[in-house]
Structure formats: C-alpha cells, structure tokens
Design a protein. Sequence first.
Lengths: 253, 442
Amino acid sequence: MTTPGGDAGSEVVPSGGEAGFDDATAPSGGFRKGAFGVSGSGDTSGFGGLVRVEPGGAVALHSTDRPYGGWFDEVTDALIDAVGQATYDAAVLRVLVDRGEITYFVAREHLLTLAQALRDDEALRFELCSSVSGVDYLDSGGPAADATRPRLHVVLHLTSMTYRRRIRLELAVTAEDPHVPSVTGIYPTADWHERETFDMFGIVFDGHPALTRILMPDDWDGHPQRKDYPLGGVPVEYHGATIPPPDTRRAYR
Amino acid sequence: MSTVYNEADPYAGSRETTEGRVYTVTGGDWDLTFADPHDEDRLVVNMGPQHPSTHGVLRLVLDLEGETVTKARVVIGYLHTGIEKNTEYRNWVQGTTFVTRMDYLSPLFNEAGYCLAVEKLLGIEAPQRAQTIRVLVMELNRIASHLVALATFGMEMGALTGMTNGFREREMVLDVLEEITGLRMNHAYIRPGGLAQDLPEGAVESVRDLLKILPKRVADFHRLLTGQPIWQNRLKDAGYLDVTGCVALGVTGPILRAAGLPWDLRKVEPYLGYETYDFEVPTADTSDAWGRYLVRMAEVNESLKIVAQALDRLEPGPVMVDDRKIAWPAQLSLGADGMGNSLDHVRTIMGQSMESLIHHFKLVTEGFRVPAGQVYVPIESPRGELGFHVVSDGGTRPWRVHVRDPSFVNLQATAAMSEGGMIADVIAAIASIDPVMGGVDR
C-alpha cells in the first residue's frame, strides 16, 4: 500500500484496521458477530451469534502497481499532466485495478482539484458524474471498532462520454470527522447524490448548497445505512401501544 | 446490538420536553419560503405528494407570480422503503427480489443490472440462451414501461384516451411477461448466473402474436395523439433542457436523446450482446417534452425489432451456469398448485443422496459466497443509466448495494426545466421526465 502523503494520510488512509486479508497489517480485531459465512462450524443459520473474521477491508487496502493496463495508464498519465506530479502524489494515495475497473483512492484535500481536472482536461473529459454514494466499512462489535478509523467511504463514479471510459474515485473519513468537500460546483448532478449520502451515512459535504435529508424525514435520528444502525428501524406508537421494531421481533443481525 | 443515536441533528434544532425530544424542522426551507410576507404577487403552491398529475408520490413546491413559475422545488422520499439497506441482510439471490421492486415499471432492468453486477464480481457469464432471453424480456419490459410513460403523459395532459389505450397495450405486454415469468411485475426472473427458469411452452408463440399486434397499436397511438394540435401545443417548447444542461445535471435516457445526443448504453457500452442486434437509437433535436414524446414512441418500435431478432436467434441450451455452487439446485417445475420445486429433484435429494440434500440446504439457506471487491455496472433502462454499485466483503450477503436510479437523477432537472415557464408546463416537464417514485426513493 502506498505511503500516506503528509498529514492527510494519517486521517484518510485506512490504517490497517480494516484488513482481513493483508497479513502485514492484520489487525488484532476485525471481527464481526452473527452473520453468514462462518466456516469450520456446522451453523449456517447466522442466528447463533458466531464470530468470524471480517474481510470487509479487503476492498479498501489492496493496491495495484503500474502499468495498470489498457487505457488506465493513459488516463493516469493525463491526470498527472493535468494536475502535476507533486499534486498527484499527494492527492492519489493508491490505485486499485480490479475486475476491469480502476479506483483512485484520493485525499479529501485534493478531491476538488482532481475532479476539476478530470472534468475539464481535454485528454480526460469525464463530463458525467454517474453517481456519488457511501459505503460503511465497519467492524461492529470487534475489538478493532474504533471511532478514529476511516470507516466511511465516499465513492464517485465518473463517466467520460467523449472517450467512453469510467473511473471511480474513493475517499475515506472517520465517523468523528465525516467531512468531505462537495463536488456540486463541478458536477451539479451530485446535489441529490450528496444529500442522499449525507442522509444515509452522515457524511457532511462541505460547500453543498443545501445539505438536508432527502429520503428520510427531516427530524430523523441517525443515519440508516451505517452498519451499526439496525435494520428494522424504530418502535411505532399507536393509540398508546408500542410495537417493537422488527429487528427485535426477529433475529436479523 | 442496536445503537442509540443521540447526537443532535445539525439541520434541525431540538429541545427536550416532558414528552421527549421535540425537533424544529428547518430542512424544508419553509422559513426561506415565507421570509417575505409582504410580497403580494407571490403565491406558494404545494402540489402533491398525493396528486394525479405528479406521477406518483412526488411533491412540488412552486413559487408563482401569476401563472409563471419562479421557483420549483422537488420533495421526494415519500416512497422510501430502505431496499438498499435490506439487501445487506439477505443473500445474493434474494437480492433480486428486492431490487426488482425499486423501479416497478422496469423490474427486469433492475434484476438484469443487479445480476450483471453480481456476475461481474463472481467472474462468471450467463449462458447464451439466458442472455438472449434476458434481452427479450428486457425489451418487452421497455415497451411496457414506455407505454405507461406515454399513457400517463396523456393522462397528465388531459388526454384520457391516451391513458386508456396505453394501459391497454401495456397489459398485453404484461400478459406475455406473466406467461414467461409467472408474475406481471416484480418478476425475480433474472437470477445471478442466468434465469429462474426457461421459457415455458408456447411463450415464443405468444411473443410472436404480440409482435403482430403492437406495431398497429403504436400507429394508432400516433394517430390518436401525435398529429393533434392541442397535444402539440401543450408539449412543444415545454420543459426545455439542452445537452449541456442534461450532462451537467446527469440526465440520461430519452431526455438526453431528445436533446440530440445519441447516448444509449446499449450502443456505447454494449452488454448482453446488444452489439449484435440491429437497431437504431432514436433522437430528436427539440430538447423539449415534444421531442421526448417522439423519442419514446420511436423506441417502442426499435424494441419491437430487437424482440423479433432475439426470438429468431433463440437456440436450445441451458439458462443457468453450470457451476453447481452457484446455480439453484432444483429445477422449478409446474406442480398441481402452480409453481413449485421439481418433484423428481426432491425425490432424489430426499431419498437417495444425503450430500445433495446438504448441498441444497446450504445453497438455499446460506447462499453462495462472492469474492470481495466492488463493481459498478450500468445498463440502459427505459429512463436512462441504471447503475449498480455492488460491494462484496467475501460473504454470502452483499456488503453494500447502491443503485444509481435514472429517475432519481433526472428528477433533479425539474427546476431547470420549469422555472420561468407557465405552471401548466411544469406538468408537461414532469411527465416528460417520466420519474418512477419507487426508483427515486428506493
């Protein structure tokens, strides 16, 4: 994995706590309770509260060395030309080529510089922001669960209609400091995507014109798509009787 | 393991009372709306979420000066059902039954996009026959979806015969889909690795019969609406949005093509062998509701062409991958009670092979595992780019499924299309976007 550049790194780069596969950075924790995928045991129901190693971080930690192959090198070179080698080194923490898709893991301080270059540079021309969304890589319940880990990822999918290429930008923040610059100034379409990501993950997009909840009610507590937010929601009160949420009626965990 | 969220919401002030915490909701920007009570010409009209012309549970807050719209705000979320969250609690196959319910007018596209994403994660490809049938049912679905778009277009413009005709024709398509998949909507027919089952006997003939009737009905639709002066006057120059505006706002599908850009993922990033089918990408250069209407009408004809070609190239063969660690172990068959497991299969695993029984049980209850990683798979749904961002942690359930629903993105263009226009044109603009709230809110 790439060495983190500057102050940004310690905050933005997963410190290794998310690893499940990477031996060098294997965490002491990284466990998750009570889901399917338990091996070496007869229980497949998932309801037994069994403990298993959490491989969620595998996605977040591997990196690919150059050459990446295909047009990936072309785009990367064009990006380096557009922003300069120094900025690129500071901005792109590592690159992952997997299943024919390229992911740039970026430092949030440089997201806007990169996005602007990706949209405007003649050799890049990523005119369309297909989607902005979040992923929560949390190890809930394990000893590694810790508020300082960058568990919340923001994923941007950019499309070049000129060259018919797609790339992914990804950045990670902690739940304590979930601030990411908004790309609405560059891609106006990100407006609702970012509102949804804020609504669902509590990631705050600085510079967004009106970052309010979009799918959940305005007075909702919490951010439902975080992994530590239970499925099943809230108890419902009706004529004085309280109906418990489904997750306490049935053992979904 | 439930976490209690007590942190204050930065966008809603709150105070503690004897009844519990009470919030002051500011998110709806109503204080901005009513900041100037002395402006007498200004009228704020709330439309929806229950309104026959808002295309579902869509809510519009319109600032009016006379009949001119100065501000159009769109409020969504009334149909939010947490489908993305739910998929994280079910196995990969069950995910199909969730995503099919998002954009309920194009369920087969949701299934196909999801399954293509899962297959990309798994590194497998569905057999040829399954791919051809996927194209076949998707294009039938596109016809049904466009017919609803055209029907509701008519209804919202006051052309009620357009609605009854459109829904009548759509029902014919749905009858065929029901014959093939067992259900009118929410089929769960396309599964990771292939299809739930092969085409039933007689289905090909039903599709051929449909292909004989539909072109005539499309021509009737043209006769009913296209030449009509009222229809033209309502649609022309309403809801204008050019290519630059579309790309900036992320708008894809018929709206982008009606602005003149022939951007169709079936052509530019082909999947499921679309590059081998002979069809055109209809465009218009008007950038308005009229162009979108014409593009959709033309796309129905193009889809009919693709369906005919798919029928011609159907070869016998498997409709599910060979890998018994992924393919559902039992072939479904029609029992006395309708759809059900194959009794032969049940007899085999119950009576003869303990291993098969275990394998069946594991695959059905626990499900297969998908190697860790993430993919983004876009396909061309009737409304534009339908993208599936699927993340796996290596387990038997998705770690995250995010759906880039075209309705959700396209709906953002409402303000750009209707501000400065007349209030009647707002309806034309929304109808021409053709949002499906099930997909918008998920």
